[in-house]
Design a protein around this ligand. Sequence first.
Ligand code: IPM
Ligand code: MN
Length: 346
Amino acid sequence: ARSINLAVIPGDGIGREVVAQGLKVLSAVLPQDVKLETKEYDLGARRWHATGETLPDAELEALRSHDAILLGAIGDPSVPSGVLERGLLLKLRFAFDHYVNLRPSKLFPNTASPLAGDPEIDFVVVREGTEGPYVGNGGSLRTGTPAEVATEVSLNTAHGVERVVRDAYERAAARPRKKLTLVHKNNVLVYAGHLWKNIFDRVGEEYPQVTTDYLHVDAATIFLVNDPARFDVIVTDNLFGDILTDLAAAITGGIGLAASGNINPSGAFPSMFEPVHGSAPDIAGTGKADPTATILSVALLLDHLGHRAEAARIEEAVTADLAERAGAPARTTDEIGDALAVRVAN
Ligand code: IPM
Ligand code: MN
């Protein structure tokens, strides 16, 4: 498209600082004739303290009219756990049917992986985003008593599993190695596990060019540490994907570089792009936050909107920038944003 109407949710903590750098790089990379319009939404801890609101219907409706959403970070220790997570972040993912939670993992130059032997790491996790144990289907009986019983039911539909599995096959087929690994736990979670595996195998017949593999989630954590090069595309459920992508960020030198997209591939709703990291209130305002994860999330946003060349330019800029950093002193949030904005503009 020749215009981008972007919703911006800076959110809490370092969210505002990193989003500012993401927007700086976005403006710098776009060709002159692509018009960028942004509208900021005041959502997060500040808003909740001021009004008690997390995501009012009117704002959800307004957000819907945008081409995409860029989100910084949500969460603050002053807000009870779960209020903003469920009332804002997950509400957006569910309301806008973000069934593909896309989380690439790549070891960039000069980023120290805690793993020995400088492994090759370049894979992408396609995490289901609208089902599983995240649906809030549970309850508690005799709450607060010694006889309390709590359930948290994982919801898995054939429709929901098939669409995300299909998306993962498409992504695997478009990559040089063409390998797709299903991660689940079908030796214990037999009902959901078999639904996933059956659909994975059936859809796979349509993609003979894609090599497939299955791993239980516990085994997958071992391979991510011992042999991360074996992964190309991973498809998995919402909760396993949440856990695996934090591990993936850790083995690639940290959460400061991990980008993500909450994608509705049909385009019926705006997709939302955000760094995997949280609001880091301990370093908010100090200029220590690394905006690279947000800037790489902007690249995913551009790719999703069809601006492939611009997306690639951002990734190349990050790679080149890091490659030149060996032994250099640490930079502030702003300095990193400036450096990348200059690179993508050239
Ligand atoms: C993430 C986060 C969220 C999740 C939380 C904050 C609800 O951990 O984006 O990975 O579990 O999906
Ligand atoms: Mn997480």
